[in-house]
Design a protein around this ligand. Sequence first.
Ligand code: AMP
Length: 362
Amino acid sequence: MRVGVLGGGQLARMLALEGIPLGHRFTFLEPAPDPPAGALGRVVDTAYDDPAGLARIAAASDVVTYEFENVPASSAAYLAARLPVLPPPPALEATQDRLAEKRLFRELAIPTAPFHRVDTPDDLDAALAVAGLPAVLKTRRFGYDGKGQAVVRSAEEAAAAMAALGPGLIAERFVEFSRELSVLGVGARDGSRVFYPLTENHHREGILRVSHGPAPGVTPELQARAERLATGIMDRLGYVGVLAIELFQVGDDLLANEMAPRVHNSGHWTLDGATVSQFENHIRAVTGLPLAPPRVPGPAAMVNIIGELPDPAAISALPFAHLHLYGKSPRPGRKLGHVNITGRDADEVAEGIARVCAALPR
Ligand code: AMP
C-alpha cells in the first residue's frame, strides 16, 4: 500500500523503517530541507497547507497518517475528502487545544488535575481558585517539550507568566505525582485493540530523557485502569492507529495530562524491547493489517540523545545498547536519536542506563 505521512521527522522515519518490510511505500509531506525520513521515500517539500503539495501527497497515497498533531484542520479536511486519513481528524482537533483535550477527558470521566481556561487577565483569579497554588500555566496550542508553560507560586507570578506567554492559556493544579507514566493503545480498522505495558517516563526541563518499559511495579489493576482510560477515548473518536496518553500517578490513581494521536517518544523502547514496535503496529492499523499483540520478554529502557551527538562507536561497543540516530544536525535541546537498552533484569538495565549516559556528551 502507498502510505502518505504528514511530517518527515524522526517519527515518520521510524514509521517507514518498520512499514517498508510490510511491503508499503512511503511519501512524506515535509517543508524542511533534508528531513530524517528523506532516505526512505519520496518527499513533497511544500508547506502543510499548500494546495499543490496536498494534491500531490493525496495522489501518491492510498492512506494518509501523520507524525505530529498540529496538522492544519483545513489540510486534514482536504485529504479526508479524498482518501482515508488515520487516526481520524477529530483526534487532531481534540489534541490541538489543551482546553478541548481536558474537557474531553472530563466528559469521559477520565481524572485530570483541576483546570480552568485563562483567556484574559480577569480569568486569572477564577482559574487560580480552581487550580490552587502552585499552578502550571500552559499555552492551549502549539506547546511541546515543556515549551509554552510556566509553574507559578503566587498570583503575581501568574500575572507575569500570563504577560510572557500571551493569551489563550489553561491553568492547572501542579500535581505532586509519584511518577509519570504513559499508556500506548493501538486501534485497528476492524475495531480490535492492543495495548503496550505502561511506560515510566523521566523528564528534565520539560523534555523526555529516560523511559522504562515496562514501568516497574505496575499492578494488573493499574494497567487495566490505564487501558480503560485509553479505550474510552478510542471508542469516542473511532480511533485507528497508536494513541499515547501521558499520565501522572498519584498513589493508586492516574490523572491524564495530555494525549498524542500518533506514535510517541515514550514508546521508542518497543523497537528493541517488545516483539512488535509501536511503529509497526501503527502502520498495521492504518493500512488495515491485523494488529500484533506485543509481548515483552524482559525489562528495557530508552535514553534520548539530546543536543549533541555521541560517538557511535562508544555506544555500539556496549552489547546491551541499540543505537537509533535520526540523521539530524545537532542543536541545543534537539532530539537527535535515542539508545534502547535491554537486559535480563532491572539491575542489568539500570547499569546499562548508567553506562549509556556516561557515554553520551553532557
Ligand atoms: P506537558 O507539555 O503537558 O506534557 O508537560 C511537560 C512536563 O511538565 C510533564 O511531563 C510534567 O513533567 C510537567 N508537568 C506538566 N503539567 C504538570 C502539572 N499539572 N503538574 C506537575 N507537573 C506538570
